[in-house]
Design a protein around this ligand. Structure first.
Ligand SMILES: [Zn+2]
Length: 280
């Protein structure tokens, strides 16, 4: 699922390729993915890309007076294809056709239809509700975390809350907490100054490391599956990269939270939520 590092490399790659390109035609074959009707989608036709920006997990394609704002959610992808897709491709949500038979595609895989696209006037972008209350960027220079995370909620949930800090999701939160040697269930307001500083350093270094990996490995047309350099998330049963203890995991309905019991939970193996729910 695309989080800050994935969207950052998408913004960089599209930001290098799209400026100067003109939209020949715009189509939204996906049911309900397009959340706006004024300005209409066809208002993009004939417009030229100026640039591409990212904020949190949101992507903005600038086309002069108009901006395409998209959130890929958990299963969406955006790709610059050298060939046009057939309109019967059920994964397609938005197709911006470019000269030379190329196409910018927003696609979504899986059964949920959650990814969305908006066509906005440039002056309305900042006021769009997608940015309401969005927290500061998790990378490259987030504010001190002690105040930011001062809440009784657990770190795993706080760090993934885009209103608290923008950009982190289920994959990179596990890596960051492992590096910081903090329990996913530790309360945000229980962090000491040192722990908050360690967590901030882990966040910036890990997200930066992943972006560096993508810089080397990810190129256009942009992959359906990113070559994710994870070491902890979904690596339960494998040795912890810090200490070699076998990683454990808690399974939730649609995701897994992986951690090192030696470094993060003082030797405790956390309850399997999925199992305990079934046993009730
Ligand atoms: Zn460990």
């Amino acid at each position: 699922m695309p989080e800050l590092p994935e969207m950052e490399i998408v913004a960089r790659r599209l930001g290098a390729a799209l400026p100067g390109e003109t939209v020949e035609s715009a189509l939204a074959p996906g049911i309900n993915a397009l959340k706006t009707f004024d300005p209409p989608l066809h208002a993009l036709e004939g417009r030229t890309f100026n640039g591409v920006r990212r904020r949190g997990k949101l992507l903005m394609l600038d086309l002069g007076e108009l901006v395409v704002l998209t959130h890929l959610m958990s299963a969406g992808r955006i790709q610059l294809h050298p060939k046009r897709a057939g309109l019967r491709d059920r994964t397609s949500r938005l197709l911006l056709r470019l000269p030379g038979d190329r196409e910018l595609r927003v696609r979504e895989f899986g059964t949920k239809q959650a990814a969305w696209v908006k066509v906005l006037r440039a002056e309305d972008v900042d006021g769009d509700e997608a940015f309401d209350g969005l927290g500061p960027e998790a990378w490259p220079d987030p504010p001190p975390l002690r105040e930011l995370l001062a809440s009784p909620r657990p770190l795993h949930s706080l760090l993934r809350d885009q209103q608290v800090v923008a950009g982190i999701g289920r994959t990179w939160v596990d890596e960051i907490l492992n590096i910081a040697k903090l329990s996913p269930f530790k309360r945000g307001d229980d962090l000491s100054d040192d722990e908050a500083e360690t967590l901030r350093a882990a966040m910036t270094s890990e997200l930066g490391r992943v972006i560096d990996v993508y810089e080397e490995r990810v190129d256009l047309p942009l992959p359906e599956k990113f070559p994710k350099p994870t070491r902890v998330h979904a690596h339960q049963g494998e040795p912890c990269p810090q200490c070699g203890t076998l990683l454990e995991a808690v399974f939730y309905e649609d995701y897994v939270m992986s951690y090192c019991p030696h470094d993060q939970t003082e030797g405790r193996v956390l309850k399997d939520r999925r199992l305990s729910r079934l046993l009730k």
